[in-house]
Design a protein around this ligand. Structure first.
Ligand code: ADP
Length: 390
């Protein structure tokens, strides 16, 4: 008789647990379970929870108040948690403010949001968190699902690659400058400019120069990528900066019969590193002279939150498929033309990194036969503070 009673009590507990679990799952069912299709949504949620449990990525589900509803084993392992964090806020459980910021952002954003951060542990692990909001059909925020991915190995490999590139480029500089020195001496001694020796030496000099530009560009790019270049941010007079870039390129433009125009209004200031912006503008204007038509024009406008710096030319333009790839390293629309012009294929990649380092972005607008407009967008900080970042 007592066996029956124990069985009935156990059965009751199981039914209770099942109902409790059903409730939990309903709250993470991404609001998809409508009155008519509730069972399908629920089955999906139960499946999801089972799937999350065995995933190598850390998965976290929070409710509308940011309290943890579900955390899988991988999440607990990633953050070295000894006990299940359910019921706690993210700050209480893992003390990572970037994860907390992500949850706050997802209360209003509908897109997938992302954060990368380093764990404050001895191993200096690097994590990426992707999050999406759980909303009901009416748009009511029910919570968030976050997925944490360990990027440490990838970051280490990336650092190794960057170090390798920087070291190789650096090592190539010395022998190259010795070659150039000897070639210059031999060229000076060669009296007949039409002689075979003179012509060959001139070719060696020309190609040594190309190699020097390439090495300098690779070094600049690897420093920009690794954050090895500290930005010296200050207010710069944009009109004056554009003038100085145009002055340095006037001789080159003159030889090609290209007109240079500065349309940047007076007193427009940009909070940026002048040397880096000079470099980005130089690359764009130089390209405008090399690949463009008769005129290269620089203009700028501000909407109060960002400054849009634009370099326009009236040249042959760039085909649509090339516009999408033009900021990639070593991408050229016309390889032969780029080489003939002494291009390295890295100029626009440097431009992109310079703007990204300032928190901005670079893009191109062009169509064949209609010239090209390169836009660099720089955010205007709320409170400009003179700082050095690295
Ligand atoms: P490069 O050293 O070859 O000039 P960049 O990265 O500066 O390398 O430019 C990449 C390619 O984009 C160039 O090779 C050229 O084909 C194309 N390009 C750049 N600027 C322009 C422009 N203003 N008009 C047409 N094509 C351009």
């Amino acid at each position: 008789m007592s066996g029956w009673i124990v069985s009935i009590i156990l059965l009751g507990c199981l039914v209770g647990l099942h109902l409790f679990w059903q409730n939990r799952c309903r709250s993470i069912a991404l609001g998809q379970a409508e009155a008519t299709g509730r069972e399908a949504g629920l089955a999906k949620a139960v499946g999801m929870a089972g799937m999350f449990a065995n995933m190598p990525e850390g998965v976290l589900v929070t409710d509308a108040d940011g309290r943890i509803e579900f955390a899988n084993q991988a999440f607990c392992r990633l953050f070295d948690l000894q006990e299940n964090p359910s019921g706690k806020t993210v700050m209480e459980a893992i003390r990572i403010h970037q994860a907390n910021d992500l949850i706050e952002r997802l209360k209003v954003e509908s897109s997938i949001e992302q954060e990368e951060f380093m764990l404050p542990d001895l191993e200096q692990r690097f994590l990426q968190a992707n999050g999406v909001a759980i909303r009901e059909k009416e748009g009511v925020h029910r919570g968030t699902i976050l997925m944490f991915h360990d990027l440490t190995r990838m970051k280490r490999l990336e650092n190794l690659r960057q170090e390798f590139v920087a070291n190789v480029s650096h090592e190539l500089r010395t022998p190259l400058s010795i070659i150039k020195g000897y070639v210059e001496t031999l060229l000076d001694a060669e009296e007949d400019p039409e002689s075979m020796n003179h012509r060959f030496l001139a070719k060696i000099e020309n190609n040594s120069n190309r190699l020097t530009f390439l090495i300098e560009d690779i070094l600049t790019l690897s420093r920009l990528e690794s954050g090895g270049i500290g930005l010296e941010l200050r207010d710069i007079d944009l009109g004056q900066l554009v003038d100085s870039v145009l002055d340095s390129l006037r001789e080159m433009a003159g030889k090609k019969g290209v007109r240079l125009e500065n349309h940047v209004g007076e007193k427009l200031s940009l909070f940026a590193d002048s040397q880096r912006v000079f470099q980005a503008l130089n690359n764009l204007i130089e390209n405008g002279i090399k690949y463009g038509g008769e005129c290269v024009c620089v203009s700028a406008k501000s909407d109060g939150s960002e400054i849009d710096l634009c370099v326009t030319d009236d040249g042959p333009g760039i085909p649509a498929e090339a516009c999408e790839r033009i900021f990639e390293r070593f991408y050229r629309v016309d390889k032969a033309r780029s080489r003939e012009m002494g291009g390295t294929g890295l100029g626009l990649s440097i431009v992109k990194h310079v703007t990204q380092l300032h928190g901005g972005s670079a893009r191109v607008e062009s169509a064949p036969g209609e010239g090209a407009s390169f836009h660099l967008t720089f955010p205007i900080p709320d409170k400009p503070v003179v700082t050095e970042t690295g």
